[in-house]
Design a binder for this molecule. Structure first.
Ligand SMILES: [Zn+2]
Length: 186
């Protein structure tokens, strides 16, 4: 599953947050892998609308729209373990991804390519305590690179916080996150 091309910077950050949330869900419920993948597809297709009362999730296979608020009206809800249907996963992963955004930073990794030439790789860094996972912007489907902060890695530079960038973009009504800026070395 590839993200749509030409992601804006905050769409990119949200996609990485979704990948992190999905990874945690798969770790907890490995048997739900297929439904978690379906949930990601629903979110990326814009089928999830979060509201103050709950959420509306458009079915991926029919014109139906389900109201999801702890329960779901789909057939799967009553037949799958714990009622964890793809629609409930879509809502839960959307919320978790939003909550993860403050842990994400725009970042640049400087590295050598296969021709031994040095270059800057833009991406998103997920900061979790002492560990940082780096997702390269042009290789989101590849496993993230894990870097330990205590190594004081000189080739990873953290920029703006993705949660702040999204909040700022929303407050401005521009819908566009500010350009990443260089920040402290990890
Ligand atoms: Zn459902």
């Amino acid at each position: 599953m590839s993200p749509p091309g030409n992601l804006s910077s905050h769409d990119l950050a949200f996609d990485v947050a979704l990948r992190e949330a999905a990874c945690a869900a798969r770790h907890t419920y490995p048997d739900d892998d297929t439904r978690i993948s379906r949930a990601l597809a629903l979110i990326r297709a814009g089928h999830v609308t979060l509201t103050a009362q709950g959420a509306l999730v458009k079915s991926g296979s029919s014109p139906r729209v389900y109201t999801v608020n702890g329960t779901c009206q789909c057939q799967g809800y009553t037949s799958v373990a714990g009622g964890r249907c793809s629609h409930r996963y879509a809502v839960s992963l959307s919320h978790k991804a939003q909550a993860l955004l403050p842990q994400l930073h725009f970042a640049t990794l400087t590295r050598q390519d296969e021709r031994q030439a040095w270059g800057d790789l833009p991406g998103i860094a997920v900061v979790e305590g002492e560990r940082v996972r780096f997702y390269a912007e042009d290789a989101l489907d590849a496993p993230p690179l894990t870097i330990h902060q205590r190594m004081r890695c000189p080739w990873l530079v953290l920029g703006g916080n993705c949660g702040l960038a999204l909040a700022q973009a929303t407050a401005d009504g521009t819908g566009t996150a500010p350009a990443p800026s260089a920040g402290d070395c990890v």
